[in-house]
Write a protein that binds this ligand. Structure first.
Ligand code: M6R
Length: 603
């Protein structure tokens, strides 16, 4: 949801800024721009469209200078136009600013600034910031003081980086939007996310809300909001640059689908202790008095959360999963014996963060289940569990879903032991399947018939996905992935609900993907017959040994025999492949689906 990159140090800025923008395009791709002070003025190049469009536009006429800021936009205030593209400037063009987030009081600030004679050229909330800096500079403040004073006037969420003509520095801060500092000897970077500069450095400082950073040729200094110097730890990220590159794949999504055996290996590695217990880096004793587990999440992570509730409920532990925005709108009763678990691969999703804040305010215990060390979710919760899937660049979540579900299976065992004194009854069987999971996923990747099925059904009127119990979240996830990257109509339903309304939509041109994983099979097989009676072709996704389920199918996508809970991850891999191949056949923008961004940092 908007990507920021900035750099200071030896060498020209433009190439590294454009590389950073390219690496950040998954956060927004409506427009892109850079601003580079060149000693005389600030050279600004920005336009509607992709980073590649910007690269072409400045090819042969690159801005010169060794400090600069860049931005790729996901529109919130104002449509994607050249004027609304970042960086934004003041009246004189001597201040340039990039921003991620939303300035809540921008209307009021804009009215005041206009009344004072400032002229605005965009419809964005961001543009108030350079004008505020201009105003404080005019009042005699130096650039750093002017930046601080401008920030003091803002309400809302922001990561901001500014530069001022005539200086050699960048000024940055954050409040509720991510910003990370990268350090490579004399060169320094600021970005919304580590992959932006991963090919330059893996040494990072995760900035905290209200930190103010000043970067110049001498290095970096971090201050708190009162101007006192801070010492934040430098951490080395474990991701390699190749993890965040497409390599020989056409799409990040396909690469990440294929990375799932490795990702799952990382997720599961060293998690089981000798006595059959689970170690997720959290303190199990904190949770002995918990009386209810609430998962809060959005989109794909919400579906992983539903699977968490399924596993806990079947183990006799009270649990619920909420769409984070609805949890905020109508919070359930919470107290110190409530555990609220935010499931969020990015750790920066605004709805999920707000749900966790509601939980904290009401005294609940909180845990983040995330792929992002240093994220806001990690900082704002009591404890964190890392899913260790490696960087995911495609907007469509794939490997992070598999790693989330694998993590939640282990979490369910840990929390069941804490809350009830004994673990999940069939956990040994589940662990056996978990240990085989990376290999089982690899078998699917090597043998899947998903491409053939995609070719057959790509032009259909709509696609429906049904499942019962632990297969229901997979039906929802299958449909979400399908609509997200193919732009075709797809819906997921609880198999038993079809006859209560959705069956009216079913016809010979609406293939139904039936996920059948074990418990309740006969009932779902009955539901399959109901849709077949209305002419719909049914693709059954089921374990190899599930003869009854496979027998009713018009087409099959099989998964290696596993415990049904673990088989849900495998079934989902088959559905990921179907969506991917349909999107490819329809020539969709697979890694950057229209209107979407990877990390949604507005509510
Ligand atoms: O970073 P998060 O896991 O919190 O993101 C939540 C959703 O925005 C995300 O899962 C979204 O639904 C996926 N991009 C869908 O593939």
């Amino acid at each position: 949801m908007c990507g920021i990159i900035a750099r200071v140090g030896e060498g020209g800025a433009v190439d590294e800024l454009l590389t950073g923008l390219k690496n950040l395009e998954y956060r927004g791709y409506d427009s892109a721009g850079v601003a580079i002070p060149n000693g005389k003025s600030i050279d600004i190049r920005k336009q509607e469209g992709s980073v590649d469009d910007l690269v072409s536009a400045i090819d042969g006429n690159e801005p010169v200078g060794n400090i600069g800021i860049g931005h790729t936009r996901w529109s919130t205030h104002g449509p994607p136009t050249d004027e609304n593209a970042h960086p934004h400037t003041d009246c004189t063009g001597s201040v340039a600013v990039v921003h991620n987030g939303i300035i809540d009081n921008h209307d009021e600030l804009r009215d005041r600034l206009i009344a004072e004679g400032h002229e605005f050229t965009s419809e964005t909330d961001t543009e108030v910031v350079p004008h505020l800096i201009e105003r404080h500079l005019a009042n005699g403040d130096g650039p750093e003081a002017a930046f601080r004073s401008a920030v003091d006037e803002l309400d809302g969420s922001y990561a901001l980086v500014a530069t001022v003509e005539g200086g050699d520095a960048l000024y940055a801060t954050r409040n509720g939007s991510p910003l990370v500092l990268g350090i490579d000897g004399d060169r320094h970077y600021l970005a919304s996310d580590v992959p932006a500069f991963l090919e330059f450095t893996d040494d990072v400082v995760y900035l905290e809300d209200h930190d103010v950073v000043v970067l110049n040729g001498d290095g970096y200094t971090i201050f708190d909001s009162e101007g006192r110097r801070l010492d934040r730890p430098v951490e080395t990220v474990e991701w390699s640059p190749e993890d965040a590159e497409k390599g020989s794949y056409d799409h990040f999504m396909f690469k990440e689908i294929n990375e799932q055996p490795v990702a799952l290996g990382q997720t599961l590695s060293d998690r089981f202790t000798g006595d059959g217990d689970v170690d997720l880096g959290i303190d199990p004793d904190r949770y002995v008095d918990v009386d209810h587990v609430h998962f809060v999440a959005c989109g794909t992570s919400y579906h992983a959360g539903l699977q968490g509730t399924h596993i806990l409920t079947r183990a006799g532990v009270p649990a619920s999963t909420y769409r984070a925005s609805e949890f905020v709108a109508t919070p359930p009763p919470l107290n110190e014996d409530s555990l609220v678990v935010g499931v969020t691969q990015s750790g920066e999703t605004a709805d999920t963060l707000e749900a966790l804040r509601v939980a904290t305010r009401r005294g609940a215990k909180t845990i983040a289940v995330t792929n992002a060390p240093g994220s806001t979710a990690v900082r704002e919760t009591d404890e964190s569990i890392f899913i260790r899937a490696g960087p995911e660049i495609g907007v469509a979540a794939t490997k992070t879903f598999s790693s989330q579900v694998a993590t939640l299976i282990m979490f369910a065992e840990l929390i069941t032991r804490s809350m009830t004194g004994s673990g999940i009854e069939d956990f040994e069987e589940i662990v056996d399947s978990l240990r085989s999971l990376p290999d089982a996923v690899q078998r699917i990747l090597d043998t899947s018939r998903a491409e053939r099925i995609a070719r057959f059904y790509a032009g259909s009127e709509a696609q429906f996905f049904i499942g019962r119990g632990g297969a229901y979240p997979i039906a929802l996830e299958g449909a979400l992935k399908f609509k997200e990257i193919t732009y075709e109509h797809a819906e997921g339903f609880a198999a038993g609900e079809l006859k209560h309304g959705p069956l009216a939509l079913v016809n010979a041109d609406t293939p139904v993907f039936a996920v059948i994983l074990g418990p309740g099979d006969e009932k779902t097989i009955g539901n399959v017959r109901e849709v077949q009676a209305r002419g719909a072709p049914v693709i059954v996704v089921a374990p190899e040994g599930a003869d009854d389920a496979l027998a009713v199918a018009d087409e099959v996508l099989t998964v290696p025999d596993s415990h049904p809970i673990v088989a849900s991850v495998l079934a989902n891999v088959q559905l990921q492949l179907v969506s991917y191949h349909v999107a490819e056949l329809l020539s969709r923008s697979i890694d950057k689906p229209r209107n979407l961004a990877k990390s949604v940092t507005v509510e």
